[in-house]
Design a protein around this ligand. Structure first.
Ligand code: ZN
Ligand code: ZN
Length: 408
């Protein structure tokens, strides 16, 4: 990296030798890492940061500061030092901006600069302190610099950020409030129109909003046994669960509000070939299998359509009567899919002989299934059957039969 900073004309023997030694040091460490394992390797990784990367970042910061003052980056045609770092040092915009902030603040924080050069604190700790200095002024940070550095050495940068934010609030409550208000102003959440069956979400939350969401999702995030879902998929499922439960829990006795309104014809509900897809209110379509799944436990949905269909729905006691639901919950206790223990609050009532195929809404024809397993049965073609107190699930095409005794 140093090679890029210095123009060829200013290269001298000292510089050439420093670069050569740096490369020799890196190669020696690389060779050692290749042939080391276990505990020694862990110690090596620590030394790579403490003796290598962090002190080098400190040197880099000193260089960046001097380069900043000289304005030499303009000679390359860059409009700012940040732009130059992005271009020449291959940093992202955020990383370049942070390096410039660290370089500028470090000059005013001598104890931090020394601890950084010695490898006592890591680059990210220093970035947190530089950020605090940017907010409340370096003079305020200097007054408590020693104490802050000591704390930094006992915690990771994430925890240290909380300490630094508390410090900022202590010395400049008005500034901290202004920052929180700026973050709040930036809040937004956007749900895209469905495209190729996919809806994109993006957004920004302030710290409070983020913590609220995280806390609300947390109970639904836990992986279950043999959970094949990745973290992102579990997060989405948790969000959906939150939405379902949130909109279903009205305490005024008026019953659940519809969480999803699907318009579908009788042909679609009955699964007749060539029938149109279900139309979602608010845009987008879902396949007939999804319409059928929602029809399976109408406590969570309302399906509207043509007059004859509504007539049909009104005359079928499809919604689980409260007493049936209670009996079903007492019998099943959790999702009945072999191996699954997701709680009843995650579950829909499923009709073994589908309601859309004439199955009765009566205990012997019902089962509690969590949403992911209910989906597997309707949309992915798994079949579920009960034989002698034992639930059996079979994958589509019956390639393999999975037989497991239900655990209570
Ligand atoms: Zn079902
Ligand atoms: Zn399940």
């Amino acid at each position: 990296m140093a090679v890029a900073v210095v123009a060829p004309s200013s290269r001298d023997a000292h510089f050439e030798s420093a670069v050569r030694q740096l490369r020799v040091g890196v190669q020696a460490m690389a060779a050692w890492v290749r042939q080391t394992e276990g505990e020694a390797l862990g110690e090596g990784l620590i030394q790579i940061r403490e003796a290598g990367i962090d002190p080098l970042e400190a040197v880099f910061a000193t260089g960046v500061r001097r380069f900043d003052k000289s304005g030499e980056y303009k000679a390359d045609g860059a409009l700012s030092l940040t732009a130059w770092l992005r271009w020449k040092c291959k940093l992202s915009g955020g990383a370049a901006m942070e390096r410039v902030e660290v370089a500028r603040q470090l000059e005013k924080l001598p104890q931090t600069e020394a601890a950084f050069a010695k490898g006592d604190v890591g680059y990210q700790h220093v970035a947190v302190l530089a950020h605090a200095a940017e907010h409340v002024g370096a003079a305020a940070v200097r007054k408590e610099e020693g104490k802050l550095l000591q704390t930094a050495q006992t915690m990771d940068p994430g925890q240290f950020t909380t300490v630094a934010k508390n410090f900022e609030h202590r010395v400049d409550a008005a500034g901290a409030l202004a920052e929180a208000n700026r973050a709040y102003e930036r809040r937004y959440f956007h749900i895209s129109e469905p495209k190729d069956g996919v809806v994109r979400l993006d957004g920004v939350l302030d710290a409070e909003g983020g913590a609220t969401l995280r806390t609300a999702l947390q109970p639904f995030m836990k992986p279950v046994k043999d959970d094949a879902r990745n973290y992102g998929q579990r997060s989405v499922d948790a969000l959906m669960e939150l939405c379902r439960q949130g909109s279903g829990s009205r305490r005024d006795g008026a019953g659940p509000r519809p969480q999803l309104i699907i318009r579908a014809g009788l042909d679609t509900l009955a699964g007749i070939k060539g029938a149109p897809a279900g139309e979602l209110e608010g845009g987008g379509t879902v396949p007939a299998e999804t319409v059928q799944r929602y029809a399976c436990d109408s406590a969570v949905s309302r399906i509207t359509g043509q007059a004859e269909l509504e007539h049909e729905l009104n005359h079928a006691s499809r919604t689980l009567p409260a007493s049936t639901r209670r009996a079903l919950e007492a019998r099943d206790r959790h999702c009945v899919f072999p191996g699954c223990t997701r709680p009843l609050s995650w579950c829909d009532g499923h009709h073994l002989v589908w309601w859309t195929r004439g199955g009765a809404t009566a205990l012997p024809n019902l089962a509690m299934l969590c949403r992911p397993h209910h989906r597997m049965v309707h949309e992915e073609g798994w079949s579920l059957a009960r034989a002698r107190d034992e639930w059996r699930a079979e994958p589509p095409g019956k390639i393999a039969i999975r037989r497991l005794t239900r655990r209570e």
